[in-house]
Design a protein. Structure first.
Length: 463
């Protein structure tokens, strides 16, 4: 008994059927479960055995040992050549219970091989194997008759109970459907004798085959058979040459290598700015097979230029700018915003009035056209400048005049007026007064605007 094995192979013939906890008390093919789909055990004997069945006790676990998906048996009469033997339908069982494989007939081998087909990634395990010898009585055939004779592979017209035949050729074979023993003696005087004996040894027969010479064929007439053209993907065959007179094969043909595809690209399409393209399918021009499918090419999208003004914008209407695709020439338009209305602001003006106020001179500045002040530069400051007429002399009075007094007023009234009361040196001293405003021009520069000067004294205001 031999096998590629894990655990202990001898354990399956020790008479113990259920000791699976001990790895030395079972056999599995665990070590080669991933290298082969099958595992085999071969039993051999020094003398032939009459065998009718085999009992197997399977070992399974929750890890790798499972029941086999298929079991086959083959026997050998000489220890070398094996013939498969069928058995009655049976389903393998686990749990160390007996699975009985009853053969279709009794066999008389010197070797018996059991082959297990494993489930993927798993192994097969046994705790015991029982080879059962046949205990019944065998019935033997009593006839030594042949069922057929052939010469050089051609069957002769065989007739039951006819012992003599004639055929052209040199090699004689015979068969018996009653399992008679057959001995074919060498030809003597062109006669081959076939000796047969029945299974029970009680019947013997002698058949004679007289051999005649075959006519020598010159193979003058031949034909080619089994020829096949090569295709793009399959090899061809030149064909075998046969004689049409004697049907003999004169010569064998040769393989014609596959030609391979001859391809071209079809259905290609360039991508445009707005439509997808296609690389094209690689197609065999011989067989029409699409060797490689193409793929979609994304649309390029427009490439717009910087655009040209085709209509100027005004303060009342939007303009139009036209863009052109540099790839396909398509155009599109875009709006140019209306021009902002340019408002020309006016320079604000200021007037000055003076009055008596309990010994003081009250100065009042008034912004000109105050109700339309949005049409003017925004006023950023206001106030007064003054000095005595004597000190001013011939100079012009402004904030930069030396010796002047400058009074800045923080805020003005809702009517655009602002006031300030000053105490004169004497009621008769004459002063020069001016109101001023400041604004920021378009250049960001602060500009002063002045009222006309008033020349007066406190007493002069009473007139």
């Amino acid at each position: 008994m031999d096998c590629y094995t894990s655990d202990n192979l001898s354990s399956i013939i020790d008479g113990v059927t259920n000791n699976s906890s001990d790895t030395n008390a079972r056999w599995t093919n665990y070590n080669n479960r991933n290298t082969s789909d099958t595992a085999s055990i071969t039993f051999t004997w020094a003398t032939a055995q009459l065998i009718s069945s085999v009992n197997l006790y399977y070992f399974t676990d929750n890890y790798s040992a499972l029941l086999p998906s298929e079991v086959t048996f083959a026997y050998s009469l000489n220890g070398t050549d094996f013939t498969e033997i069928g058995y009655e339908d049976v389903t393998p069982t686990a749990g160390f219970t007996k699975t009985e494989y009853v053969f279709n007939r009794v066999i008389n081998p010197v070797a018996l091989r059991v082959t297990f087909t494993e489930k993927s990634g798993h192994c097969v395990g046994l705790t015991e194997a029982e080879v059962m010898t046949y205990a019944g009585k065998l019935e033997y055939n009593s006839s030594a008759a042949l069922s057929g004779i052939s010469v050089d592979g051609t069957a002769v017209d065989f007739i039951a109970d006819t012992l003599s035949y004639e055929a052209a050729g040199s090699q004689v074979t015979a068969s018996s459907d009653v399992n008679a023993g057959i001995t074919i003696l060498p030809a003597q005087d062109h006669i081959v004798r076939i000796l047969t004996v029945s299974e029970d040894g009680n019947d013997v027969k002698t058949y004679e085959v007289t051999l005649t010479d075959k006519e020598v064929c010159d193979h003058a007439n031949t034909e080619v058979q089994n020829a096949k053209d090569a295709t793009c993907t399959e090899d061809g065959y030149t064909g075998d040459t046969y004689c049409t007179d004697c049907d003999k094969k004169i010569s064998s043909g040769e393989t014609i290598p596959a030609t391979g595809h001859k391809t071209e690209v079809r259905n290609a399409k360039e991508a445009t700015c707005t439509e997808e393209g296609y690389t094209g399918d690689t197609v065999c021009t011989v067989c029409g097979e699409t060797v490689k499918a193409g793929s979609t090419i994304a649309a390029k999208g427009h490439s717009w230029d910087e655009g040209v003004v085709t209509k100027e914008a005004t303060e009342t209407e939007e303009g139009i700018k036209t863009y052109t695709c540099t790839s396909c020439g398509e155009t599109k338009t875009g709006a140019i915003p209306k021009l902002e209305e340019v408002k020309v602001l006016k320079v604000p003006g200021v007037t000055l009035s003076a009055s008596q106020n309990n010994g003081k001179i009250r100065l009042t500045g008034a912004v000109a056209d105050y109700e339309n002040r949005d049409d003017y530069y925004t006023i950023t400051g206001q106030g007064f400048v003054y000095m005595t007429k004597t000190a001013l002399g011939t100079k012009s009075l402004n904030v930069n005049t030396a010796g002047r007094t400058k009074v800045s007023i923080k805020s003005m009234g809702s009517a655009g007026t602002y006031s300030y009361s000053m105490t004169p040196k004497s009621s008769s001293t004459t002063y020069v007064f001016r109101a001023y405003l400041t604004y920021t021009n378009s250049s960001g520069k602060t500009v002063y605007v002045y009222s006309a000067p008033i020349y007066t004294s406190y007493t002069g205001l009473a007139k």
